[in-house]
Every structure is written in structure tokens, then in C-alpha cells.
Design a protein around this ligand. Structure first.
Ligand code: PLP
Ligand code: COI
Length: 355
């Protein structure tokens, strides 16, 4: 990795908001730390990243983000261990995926050094904002959007790369009940489903609201062509355990290649759990629920961590999942979070110390 020629400039906030925050009752992503990283793209190049006080952004009404939706983001977390050391989990994977999303949305690539060194500098400045309460962390949101102006439907010539942070607790408050989608689609072949593009989420909100009105917290998207195969949920990849085999759908240009998903697959293999990455049909899922071989389902993602699914709805009928004493979900969550919070050996080399 190339490194930045100069140190990252830091402009400190005049006062801190940290004492207004109730760290014992954190929700997800709703209070923001004192600083953010900002980097502007203009005249064909990115300026050096700067850490500045968290603040509103002024944009022209003709900024292309508002009209053509050139906007991509990442989700990651900083963890603080018992000794106050700060850790990130596979951050280079987020950088790679941001640039994969950028390519698909015709957004300029962010140099890896700007992302990694900018992130390190910001997290050092914000280290007091990393909660140490169990299950809490500092959620980190890197994003890039078109700040350049114009009603012409073409890529902007100016962009902003920002990293903002929010001390956060769990994404879901309890077990998650999901609805298997039979009508709407999140993504299509050749589309932008594999990118972490803001518009992918906007397109989910209406079907998810219809599902929420019926009592489901998330939609499980199915393939857009037949709606016969499960793909992923709104904010996480999905795992299914039939008997003792753990399975998940293969990634494709319709599915986000989740960093938690691939970590869970590696940990499961390391635990000697039989894993299969293959198409999972709704028919197979319903049959397994009916004959009792469907033992568990769970979602996996940075925000969601590992979130057990209590049951699913399909074709007007609800299928409940059993409550297991020893679930794969709790074992895999424990092993992954032990690595993230530096409570266990990191045999995979995933932990990255912020110094
Ligand atoms: N799928 C979608 C649609 C997501 O928004 C997320 C969250 O980032 C994931 C899957 C899980 O990805 P990751 O584990 O990299 O956070
Ligand atoms: C994440 O898990 O980081 C995500 O980006 C999901 C988001 C929709 C909250």
C-alpha cells in the first residue's frame, strides 16, 4: 500500500458532545461522535483527507447526488478491549468493497492509503467514543457521494468521501421475524445489487414497510427471475441450518459479498461444521420447516452481527423455528466477537490494531 506523503491534518472540535451521551442505553446509529474525516475529489484528484469537527454539509440543489443517486457507503466497527486497545475487523475488505461499489456507480476510486490512514487517524481522535459495554461498539460509516452539480444525467465531476462514526448498541432489539418476498425484487442480474449503493436500500423501504405492517422486521429477498431461491435480507446475509449443515446462498451480482458472511463461513469450517454455499430454494426451506429438519436461520452483517431468526412468513403462512440450547448462531457469534474484541487468538489475521 502506498502511504500518504504528509500527515493527516486534524482540526479539533471546540467542545465535546460526549458527556450528553448515555453509553448504557445506546441505540444503533443515532448519535454521532465529535469528528469526521473529509476528502474532496475535484479536477480529477482527491485532496488529502482531513479530520474536522462533525458538521453539516452545504450542497447546491443541483448536486448530482440529489438527482441521480451516485452514492455508496460502507459499514464497519471499532472495538475496544479490556485494556483500552482499539481494533478494527478486516478494514481492508471494506476499502476494497467501497472501490468495487465506486466502479459500478462511475465514482472515482479512493486510494487505499487515503481510506486506511484516514480511518486510523479518525479512530485515534475518536477513541473515547468507542463504548466498552458488552455488545456495543463504534459504528463507522465511510461514504462517497456526488457533490458536483448539473442536471445532465452523467457522472458528477466532484465527490466527497466522508467517514462519520456513531457509538452504537444492537441493530435489532430481539429475535428477527422475516418475510420471504414473493413480489418485489431488491436486485437483478447485471444491476447494482452487489454494490453498497444507497439506492439499493431506498428500493427496499416500501416492500419492507409492507412486511413491517404484517409484523416482520426484515424481508428475505428472493431471485428476481423466479422468486424461488432465497438471496439475502435487507441489511444482512442469511444462513440456514438444515440438520447439521450450515448453508448460505452464493454471492452474485445481486448479492452483497458480506465480510461477516465470509468470516462466519471460515469460522464454521474451523469448528468442523459442514458448510454448503449453494442455491437454497424456498420450497426446500418450507419442507425442512415442516419436517423439523430446519434447525436455525440467522442473519450476518456488521450492524446485525449474528442475528437469530425466530421464524419466516411465506405465502400467507408463518413457520416458527425451534429454540435451541446450543445453536450454531450463538457459537459462531461468540467466536467472531471474541476475535473482534480481542478476547481470543486471531488465527485468521483479521484484527487490525489502531495505533
Ligand atoms: N447484505 C446487505 C444488503 C447489507 O446491507 C449488509 C451490511 O453491510 C450485509 C449483507 C452484510 O455485509 P457485511 O457483513 O460486510 O457488513
Ligand atoms: C452494515 O451492517 O454495516 C450495514 O451497512 C447495514 C446497514 C443497512 C445498517
Amino acid at each position: 500500500m502506498e502511504t500518504l506523503a504528509n500527515k493527516i491534518a486534524i482540526e479539533r472540535a471546540k467542545s465535546s458532545k460526549i458527556h450528553d451521551v448515555d453509553f448504557d442505553n445506546l441505540s444503533f446509529g443515532s448519535v454521532y461522535s465529535d469528528h469526521m474525516l473529509v476528502c474532496d475529489y475535484k479536477d480529477g484528484e482527491w485532496s488529502a483527507p482531513k479530520v474536522v469537527p462533525y458538521q453539516p454539509i452545504t450542497l447546491d440543489p443541483s448536486a448530482k447526488i440529489f438527482h441521480y443517486g451516485q452514492s455508496i457507503f460502507e459499514g464497519m466497527k471499532a472495538y475496544k478491549d479490556e485494556n483500552g486497545k482499539v481494533w478494527l475487523f478486516r478494514p481492508e475488505e471494506n476499502c476494497k468493497r467501497l472501490n468495487k461499489s465506486a466502479e459500478r456507480l462511475a465514482i472515482p476510486q479512493i486510494p487505499e492509503a487515503y481510506f486506511m490512514e484516514g480511518l486510523n487517524a479518525l479512530i485515534q481522535v475518536e477513541s473515547d467514543w468507542i463504548p466498552q459495554n458488552p455488545g456495543s461498539s463504534l459504528y463507522i460509516r465511510p461514504f462517497i457521494f456526488a457533490s458536483g452539480n448539473g442536471f445532465h444525467a452523467s457522472p458528477a465531476n466532484e465527490y466527497k468521501f466522508i467517514i462519520a462514526c456513531a457509538p452504537s448498541g444492537s441493530y435489532f432489539s430481539g429475535k428477527v421475524k422475516v418475510l420471504i418476498e414473493e413480489t418485489y425484487s431488491r436486485a437483478a442480474n447485471g444491476g447494482v445489487g452487489y454494490a453498497k449503493a444507497g439506492g439499493n436500500y431506498a428500493g427496499q423501504f416500501y416492500p419492507t414497510k409492507l412486511a413491517a405492517d404484517k409484523g416482520y422486521q426484515q424481508v428475505i429477498w428472493t431471485d428476481d427471475n423466479t422468486h424461488e431461491f432465497i438471496e439475502e435480507a435487507g441489511a444482512m446475509n442469511v444462513f440456514v441450518r438444515i440438520n447439521d449443515t450450515l448453508m448460505t446462498a452464493p454471492t452474485s451480482d445481486r448479492i452483497l459479498d458480506g465480510i461477516t458472511r465470509k468470516s462466519i463461513l471460515d469460522i464454521a469450517k474451523d469448528e468442523g461444521i459442514k458448510t454448503e454455499v449453494r442455491k437454497i430454494s424456498v420450497h426446500e426451506l418450507v419442507k425442512a420447516a415442516e419436517n423439523g429438519s430446519l434447525k436455525e436461520m440467522f442473519g450476518a452483517g456488521t450492524a446485525a452481527v449474528v442475528s437469530p431468526i425466530s421464524g419466516f412468513g411465506y405465502h400467507g403462512k408463518d413457520y416458527d423455528l425451534p429454540e435451541l440450547e446450543e445453536s450454531y448462531a450463538s457459537l459462531l457469534k461468540q467466536r467472531m466477537t471474541d476475535i473482534q474484541y480481542n478476547r481470543a487468538e486471531d488465527k485468521f489475521g483479521w484484527r487490525h490494531e489502531v495505533i
